[in-house]
Design a protein around this ligand. Structure first.
Ligand SMILES: Cc1cc2nc3c(=O)[nH]c(=O)nc-3n(C[C@H](O)[C@H](O)[C@H](O)COP(=O)(O)OP(=O)(O)OC[C@H]3O[C@@H](n4cnc5c(N)ncnc54)[C@H](O)[C@@H]3O)c2cc1C
Length: 255
């Protein structure tokens, strides 16, 4: 949170917060209309960066986002654990003690639950994973018991190929019509440019790697929005294109 607040404190950034419940195009004025409980907001450029809720709008409901629950465990530092100065990663990870003298370790993966409640069984999974990573790390934390740990749980946002979705939002119906030939021949070469909503972009599906992907994703979006040269080689940029799942599903005759 502190990192986001620091980044958003730039003099060219005005921060307004609201839960957006509706998104529509005012084609005459070339604007996007965003509805919220505080009123209607308009913008020429909109980025859907709302994690799993990025597909909550009619125009984006085709995005195949998959939530995966995760939980981190928090344990009080012990005399011997305070010497830890860096994050140790393996099957799981253990972070050095923070200002509150607490270590974070984890994180669990759970496909069967969409709950954001902290659960004892996930603490136990994190303890088991820490032991698997290195039993010494576990012993640093003393007699740690799942039922006594603090924690934080949330839903990651993933895509079917576990790569992020970064780029312009495709016009679903146009893709289905223009590339319909892929249903007959998945290898067909269809020399048409993709059809995308003007000024509407997506940045989601960062999975477990938000801290690594987000700066690159932001740079890619900035290049799209400002009409600059692509940031990545064509094949990598395509691998992140939000339209890739429409093409995949046409080839597999799922649409
Ligand atoms: C337990 C756990 C541990 C993790 N550990 C790591 C880690 O060690 N390293 C790492 O890199 N990543 C980690 N991740 C993943 C990381 O948290 C995500 O990749 C990252 O937060 C994704 O960023 P985001 O901005 O796409 O989504 P989020 O951080 O989820 O932000 C989405 C935002 O959209 C807002 N929003 C949603 N709907 C609306 C709406 N309708 N209107 C307005 N706003 C809306 C939400 O309020 C939220 O602020 C972890 C995730 C979990 C669950």
């Amino acid at each position: 949170m502190a990192v986001c607040e620091q980044l958003a404190s730039h003099p060219n950034i005005d921060l307004e917060t609201a839960t957006i419940t509706g998104l529509s195009r005012d084609a005459d004025r070339g604007l996007w209309r965003l509805e919220s409980s505080t009123g209607t907001h308009t913008a020429t450029t909109v980025v859907l960066a709302a994690s799993n809720s990025s597909s909550a709008f009619e125009l984006s409901q085709h995005l195949p986002l998959k939530p995966i629950r995760g939980q981190v465990s928090i344990a009080p530092a012990q005399n011997q654990s305070r010497a830890l100065k860096t994050v140790i990663c393996g099957a799981g990870y253990l972070a050095p003690a923070d200002e509150q003298a607490a270590h974070t370790f984890g994180a669990s993966y759970n496909l069967d639950s969409l709950s954001s409640e902290v659960e004892v069984q996930d603490h136990q999974r994190n303890i088991d994973t820490l032991i698997k990573t290195d039993p010494t790390l576990h012993s640093l934390l003393g007699e740690v018991k799942a039922s006594q740990l603090d924690g934080r749980a949330a839903l990651r946002c993933t895509s079917p190929d576990y790569l992020p979705l970064v780029g312009p939002l495709p016009v679903f119906e146009d893709f289905v019509e223009n590339y319909g030939g892929l249903k007959r021949d998945a290898r067909a070469d269809i020399p048409l440019s993709g059809s995308y909503w003007p000024g509407l972009y997506v940045h989601c599906g960062l999975g477990s790697r938000g801290f690594t992907y987000a700066p690159l994703g932001a740079e890619i979006l900035a290049s799209y929005i400002c009409g600059e040269a692509p940031v990545l080689p064509n094949d990598l940029q395509k691998a992140l294109n939000p339209a890739r799942f429409i093409i995949r599903d046409l080839k597999r005759k799922r649409i």
